[in-house]
Design a binder for this molecule. Sequence first.
Ligand code: AN0
Ligand code: CP
Length: 317
Amino acid sequence: MKKFICVADIGPLDAAVKEALEVKANKFGYTELGRNKTLLMLFFNSSLRTRLSTQKAAMNLGMNVMVLDVNQGAWKLETERGVIMDGDKAEHLLEAIPVMASYCDIIGVRAFAGLTDKKADYEEQVISQFLNYAGCPVFSMEAATRHPLQSFADLITIEEFKTVERPKVVMTWAPHPKALPQAVPNSFAEWMNATDYDFVITHPEGYELDPSFVGSAHVEYDQKKAFEGAHFIYAKNWSAYADPNYGKVLSTDKTWTVDAEKMALTDNAFFMHCLPVRRNMIVTDEVIESERSIVIPEAANREISAQTVLKKMLETL
Ligand code: AN0
Ligand code: CP
C-alpha cells in the first residue's frame, strides 16, 4: 500500500478487518518487518491518540520513529504555491517535503481543514502535496476531509462488539462550542457506506454533510426517531459544510446532547466517540461512564488500525 487517505486505499473491508484482528492477536509477530525503517509523523495540529497510537504501532513493527510538530520548534511552513513569502512562514512545503522524505521511509501527516476556504480544504491541498512530492508511502493522520485511521478503528470496534450481523449504526451530531472539521463524520460515513450495516445520520437542519460522503445513508432530522432500535450511537460534532455557512457553528443546542433518556430509545446501543470529547456538551457523564460506553476500547483500536496500515505499507517497500 502506497497511500492511505480514504476507504478505497485499504481494499476490501472484510479482509482489512480480518488482518487487523490478526495483528491484534499477534502485535509482536512482525518486528522484523520494520527493522531499519523509519516513520516520520508530521503534525500541523494537536493530537493525543493519533500521536501515541501510531508511534506505538510503528514500535510494535520494529520501526524507528521521528515526530515533528510543525509550528512548534520547526520552521512555519507555507502550503500554497505562488505566495510572496514575506510573512511568518520561513519555509515552503515544496522544499520541506523532499527534505523530510530523504530521512524516512513512510510519512504520516496530520493537517486539519482550515475551515475558511472550502475549495482548498476539499481539494486536500496539504496532504495531496505530500502524495505528489514525497516519493514514499504517505498516510493520513486526519487530513482536511477524512480521518481514515479513526474510521478503520471504529469499524474494527463495531465488528468486535456487534451482536447482530447487520447492526443499525447511528451517527449523531452533538453540540460543541468551537468550529470543528467535517473530517471525522465524512470519513465515518464513507466507511459505514462501504459496509452492509443499516447506517443513519442525524443532525439539525443546516448541518448537511457533503452529499458524496452521505452517499446512500439515511438522513433523519429527528434525533429521537433516529435513535430508535440503534445498536451503536456514534456521536460527533462538526461545523456546517453547506454555503454560505461553511466552517461555522450554527447551533450549540444542548437538546442534541446524548443523554441516558435518548440512549433508552435504542436497542441497548453501545456509545462511541473518537475522542477528545467535551462532557455534558456532546455526551453526559452518565452515558460516557456507562457500561455501554466503548470509547476506551475504540481508542485502543487506534493502535491496531495504525499497525495494520503500517504493516501493509512496509510490505510494499
Ligand atoms: C478534531 C476534529 O473534530 O476533527 C480531532 C478529532 C479526532 N477535534 C477537535 O479538534 C476537538
Ligand atoms: N481521535 C483522535 O484522532 O484523537 P487525537 O486528536 O487525540 O489524535
